[in-house]
Write a protein that binds this ligand. Structure first.
Ligand SMILES: NC(=O)c1ccc[n+]([C@@H]2O[C@H](COP(=O)([O-])OP(=O)(O)OC[C@H]3O[C@@H](n4cnc5c(N)ncnc54)[C@H](OP(=O)(O)O)[C@@H]3O)[C@@H](O)[C@H]2O)c1
Length: 236
């Protein structure tokens, strides 16, 4: 019996590409807001709006499964949406947009950890990967701009790090990390990549290949890291 991998934000271009890798090693459950989505053969899909009640009922369903849940991959994230682009200046900040960034980029992944980590085994190696972004690095912020995205991903990093400290005691074999996938050609990055040189923008397939080789090599002692797609440590 293959172990179970749960991918949240499964409709994300990066998540879809990573599912192709996971599918070889795990029984994959793709979780997305959408009622239906196309998944490769053998992959299961479940709809979830990422509310606390929906995450709780997802956790209950997972608890009843035979396969151990040994991999969690969270790709949920937002950079822009219709009518609202990342803020370039202080004057462009507004509480509704900031709240949205924190709700989707920080709070949803934290609640995913709250409800799904308890379903993961304590006695065997397991991995929880949360996609963050390099520009969340506070010490590395030289360009400015994108206030809400940067701040909400920095908050996500702190939530992941804090959870990793706690879980190192209760789930000694769990590796929980925040990962930067690299600038990838997806709907999230589309409006901002026009001036990027080709070698700085990766396809979702290449990103997934790189992420998978790093994820595959992660060990429990790597828990709490902020990991670049090449496997190196990123500055917080
Ligand atoms: N693309 C890049 O260059 C890049 C760079 C650095 C970091 N990242 C991070 O990598 C992750 C995946 O990004 P991607 O480029 O693959 O983006 P994407 O294709 O836009 O996918 C993001 C996913 O987040 C979920 N999501 C978006 N808005 C939401 C909302 N309002 N409410 C609830 N869920 C929402 C959706 O999941 P469902 O529809 O499946 O529920 C969506 O598929 C994100 O966390 C992103 O910040 C991406």
């Amino acid at each position: 019996m293959k172990p179970l991998a749960v991918v949240l934000g499964a409709n994300s271009a990066i998540a879809q590409a990573i599912i192709a890798h996971l599918n070889r090693h795990y029984q994959v459950l793709a979780v997305s807001r959408h009622e239906t989505m196309e998944v490769p053969e053998g992959v299961e899909h479940v709809q979830c709006d990422y509310s606390e009640s929906a995450l709780q009922s997802l956790a209950e369903k997972l608890q009843n499964r035979e396969e151990p849940l040994t991999l969690l991959f969270c790709a949920v994230g937002v950079l822009h949406r219709e009518g609202s682009m990342p803020e370039k200046k202080l004057a462009e900040l507004n509480s509704e947009q900031l709240t949205h960034y924190f709700a989707i980029n920080s709070i949803v992944p934290a609640l995913i950890l709250k409800y799904l980590i308890p379903v993961m085994p304590r006695s065997e190696p397991a991995k929880a990967i949360v996609l963050s972004a390099k520009i969340a690095g506070i010490s590395d912020n030289r360009l400015g701009g994108w206030y809400g995205y940067r701040a909400s991903k920095a908050a996500l990093n702190m939530l992941v790090k804090t959870a990793a400290v706690e879980l190192a005691r209760s789930h000694r074999k769990l590796c929980l990390v925040a990962m930067h996938p690299g600038t990838t050609d997806t709907p999230l990055s589309k409006p901002f990549t026009r001036s990027l040189p080709e070698d700085k923008l990766f396809t979702p397939a290449l990103t997934a290949e790189r992420l998978w080789s790093v994820i595959d090599a992660l060990r429990p002692e790597d828990t709490g890291r902020f990991v670049h797609w090449d496997g190196s440590d990123l500055p917080w």
